[in-house]
Design a protein around this ligand. Structure first.
Ligand code: ZN
Length: 194
């Protein structure tokens, strides 16, 4: 199982490199890596396993964060309406996206960035991509449309495949700048605490 010491941190050059397409047909080794990555994300938020192994809670993991420069992403996150999105993806490719942007009012975090970074990350509000998706132990090519929070999570992970970290996307002069075409993501709870 993947543990925190398997995850490379900011400063490691591998986080700055572009990942390569996974060769098809996808090997057993790559499928197992994908499964292990999704397992980490699940374990990280498990009430027992998370604390027991000192896992930092997360909603996604990209292979470069393990020092493996392959286009592999695992995501498990709840959207604004409380629906769980589990995605185990190989070779994701963005097909289209909205001009409209969106952002998390609390900013973003990353397992590979240990320091707290203040500032907003504006991402596409809607995004369409294709990928090989692992479902019921089978890889199927699919086109997926995401919006709002889950779209943000996907773009954060997709950035890892390009060698970008979320800190690169924060406006240096004005970290809390909000462009005209960017709308805040609202989670019910957060809105109450505003
Ligand atoms: Zn990250």
């Amino acid at each position: 199982m993947i543990l925190m010491h398997d995850i490379i941190r900011e400063g490691d050059e591998r986080l700055r490199q572009k990942s390569k397409d996974v060769e098809t047909p996808v090997s057993e080794e790559d499928i197992n890596l994908l499964k292990d990555m999704l397992e980490y994300v699940h374990n990280s938020v498990d009430d027992e396993i998370g604390p027991k192994y000192g896992l930092r809670p997360s909603v996604g993991l990209a292979a470069p964060q393990l020092g493996i420069l392959k286009k592999i992403i695992a995501i498990s996150a709840y959207d604004e309406s409380g629906k769980l999105h589990d995605y185990a993806l190989i070779n994701p490719k963005i097909l289209s996206y909205s001009d409209e942007l969106t952002y998390l009012p609390s900013g973003e975090g990353c397992l590979s960035v240990d320091r707290e970074v203040k500032g907003l990350v504006h991402r596409r509000k809607r995004i369409t991509f294709k990928a090989l998706v692992l479902e019921n132990n089978k890889l199927i090519e699919k086109t997926i449309k995401l919006k709002d929070y889950i779209a943000v999570v996907f773009q954060h992970e997709y950035d890892h495949l390009q060698g970008y970290l979320f800190v690169d996307r924060i406006n240096k002069e004005n970290p809390f700048y909000v462009p005209e075409n960017s709308v805040k993501i609202n989670f019910g709870d957060e809105e109450k605490n505003d």
